[in-house]
Design a binder for this molecule. Structure first.
Ligand code: WTA
Length: 635
């Protein structure tokens, strides 16, 4: 697959040029390197006004034949997955491509044996164990659509995602340890299952020996089910545009968006970007520390690396257990060459003594990566100096759940890096900056700042929001008609390097997790003593951003502010999940509103960020006086 790799800055520029002038021939050259049961009739058909995007129409394929079958003759005995358990004393698992192929095929038969057919949705709520990879690939093998829900989400968040896509099956594990904390996933599932009538079967992987409550007729153990089936499972023939998976991401209204990814375009995009950005070689050991419950894990722990025939590391634990040197201990132990993590993790690790880094041999490292939020200068240099020892290029990869694959990023060792910049678009990606009025800000000698927009499609763009195409259109294609709006702001220097400045909508990235403020507000509003609230993000040393709520309560409320704060955070933990807990809760007598009643979050964001000197014109507010009160009580 290294045939996909760009080898020089000159080649980058040529490829980029070609990808703009002749995108169809550019992408069909790339797609030629995959395994197709039948090749495409047309490379691309698109219309952003509908919006409708179709890549490689007429082609037939199965992504698991690309991840597994086609490697068997060449690298069948190469390690596909190295699994590192939470507990450093438990043994790692090394799974070769051939072993993974057998496990996936067999589990695919378990799915079939339990009534799952092509097109059915299957929800995966699992810890970071190889069985998660096996289950997702098994779904893809038979053409079932996986919807992976991050196993830190609450039972009601899980239930609403299951219901939105009407999943027929839920796959989970009984219990898992993260650090010293046991988490009973099956118990969370049981609560969710009270509200999810579409689920007929639950398969439970026994990760620990703890007794597990099982519901007769509905629940079955993974291991028992395997005994009932054959090991061979032919790959279902899929159309290029068939749905591969759904992954939920936060939106600016309460309901999460089920982003739908296609089979062929997603495969091509994830693999092409993986190959280029990281530039892995045959014997390299690649580790992405994300959870597979997020898009980063989908594209860059599983699909991209496996299609490319790489060795990919999966880590069950947390960076702080048994101490803050765990990541570096694993790098030294496995001789990791490529390490991909989030700025929030880097900032958290940088707070601890350097001796936790220096006691481990990091000389195997060749390339470092970051994803998920802007990386600040200080964290970038700490990473570069102490982890990369100034010898490893840092790829700051900008992309989104919706883009499926990396869009703007250095290519390791090939294109220049610049601290805090995601730098240049990959060939095939056409970003532009727009001003608030929808005018394009052309590339010039002057640096510029604006909103980041894409003017042409790329293969791995999400095709719709499950069950709500109108929302897909409204969210991404209506702000700048004829273009895809990312929701991010960006700065561009005179050489065309981009630095992402952050979200311009109501999504806050907390510790690399993309959280919509709306569902959090809904949770707070459920409290009987709360009138209304507004949640905004503010900069935080470790988490990147943290959450700040401005809350009005009923006059009759008798509870102390501290008690109310605790109750609010408990409500959030049980509805959205513990990751959405608030750092600051300020009680106010009113919220600043426009005359049409819309809360002016822009003002609250500034107050929360301790940047309230220049609030702009507030005279048009319905209640301008409230601003002083809020400012003086700011936490
Ligand atoms: C932010 C994660 C700056 C951005 C793959 C984007 C980044 C959102 C970067 C998507 C980066 C991601 N620099 N900001 N390198 N990467 N973001 O859907 O705001 O979880 O819109 O996808 O994360 O988050 P998501």
């Amino acid at each position: 697959m290294s045939a996909l790799q760009i080898n020089s800055f000159k080649e980058y520029k040529e490829k980029y040029e070609k990808s703009v002038t002749d995108p169809e021939s550019f992408w069909s050259d790339i797609a030629d390197h995959f395994h197709w049961k039948k090749k495409w009739d047309s490379v691309l058909e698109w219309d952003f006004s509908k919006p409708e995007i179709k890549w490689f129409q007429g082609a037939k394929l199965n992504i698991t034949e690309n991840c597994l079958d086609r490697h068997l003759d060449t690298i069948g005995n190469k390690t596909a997955i190295i699994w590192e358990p939470n507990d450093p004393d438990e043994e790692s698992r090394h799974i070769t491509y051939r072993q993974l192929f057998v496990k996936v095929s067999r589990f695919a038969n378990v799915l079939k044996n339990n009534g799952i057919e092509k097109g059915d949705r299957v929800c995966l709520y699992m810890p970071m164990i190889p069985e998660l990879a096996i289950a997702m690939l098994a779904c893809a093998r038979i053409g079932a659509v996986h919807s992976i829900v991050f196993a830190g989400f609450s039972s009601s968040a899980l239930a609403s995602r299951i219901n939105d896509s009407q999943c027929k099956m839920l796959i989970t594990a009984n219990e898992v340890y993260r650090g010293t904390k046991p988490i009973n996933l099956k118990a969370v599932c049981d609560q969710a299952l009270e509200q999810t009538p579409s689920v007929e079967k639950v398969i439970v992987y026994r990760r620990t020996v703890e007794p597990t409550d099982m519901t007769e007729g509905r629940d079955a153990f993974w291991f028992d089910e395997l005994q009932k089936v054959e090991k061979d499972c032919p790959a279902e023939e899929m159309d290029a545009e068939d749905m591969l998976f759904i992954l939920y991401t936060s939106g600016s209204t309460g309901k999460p968006k089920g982003m739908v990814h296609s089979t062929a375009g997603y495969m091509v995009g994830a693999t092409y970007s993986f190959e280029n950005v990281f530039q892995c070689k045959q014997d390299d050991i690649y580790w992405c520390t994300a959870d597979i419950g997020w898009i980063t894990g989908h594209s860059y722990i599983i699909y991209g690396p496996l299609c490319a025939g790489a060795t990919t590391v999966m880590f069950e634990g947390v960076p702080s257990y048994p101490d803050y040197g765990r990541f570096w201990e694993i790098v030294a132990k496995l001789k990791v060459t490529h390490f991909y993590t989030a700025p929030t993790a880097i900032r958290a690790l940088a707070k601890h003594p350097l001796s936790l880094v220096d006691q481990h041999d990091l000389s195997s490292l060749k390339v470092l990566g970051t994803v998920g939020e802007p990386i600040n200068e200080e964290a970038w240099h700490w990473y570069n100096d102490n982890i990369g020892k100034t010898k490893c290029p840092i790829v700051d990869t900008w992309w989104q759940t919706e883009t499926g694959a990396m869009m703007i990023s250095p290519i390791a060792g090939i294109t220049p890096t610049r601290p805090t910049f995601a730098t240049l678009p990959l060939p095939g990606v056409q970003p532009v900056l727009m001003d608030e009025h929808g005018n394009e800000i052309p590339q010039a000698l002057e640096p510029a700042e604006g909103r980041l927009v894409m003017k042409a499609p790329w293969p791995s763009i999400a095709r719709t929001i499950y069950g709500d195409h109108q929302r897909y259109k409204d969210t991404y294609f209506s702000t700048y008609p004829g273009n895809y709006f990312t929701g991010d702001g960006a700065y561009r220097d005179a050489s065309g390097n981009y630095r992402i400045t952050g979200r311009v909508d109501d999504v806050v990235i907390v510790s690399g997790h993309n959280l919509g403020t709306a569902p959090i507000e809904n949770a707070i509003d459920e409290h009987a003593e709360i009138v209304e609230c507004a949640v905004v993000g503010f900069p935080h040393d470790i988490k990147g951003n943290a959450l700040y709520a401005f809350v009005t309560k009923y006059d009759e409320s008798k509870k102390s502010d501290d008690d109310l704060r605790k109750e609010i955070n408990n409500l959030i933990a049980s509805t959205v999940g513990a990751i959405a807990k608030l750092d600051k809760i300020q009680f106010v007598s009113g919220l600043p509103k426009t005359r049409s009643g819309k809360i002016m979050r822009r003002i609250l964001r500034k107050i929360a960020s301790q940047d309230a000197e220049n609030l702009g014109d507030i005279s048009t507010l319905l209640n301008p006086d409230i601003v002083e009160e809020i400012k003086s009580g700011a936490l």
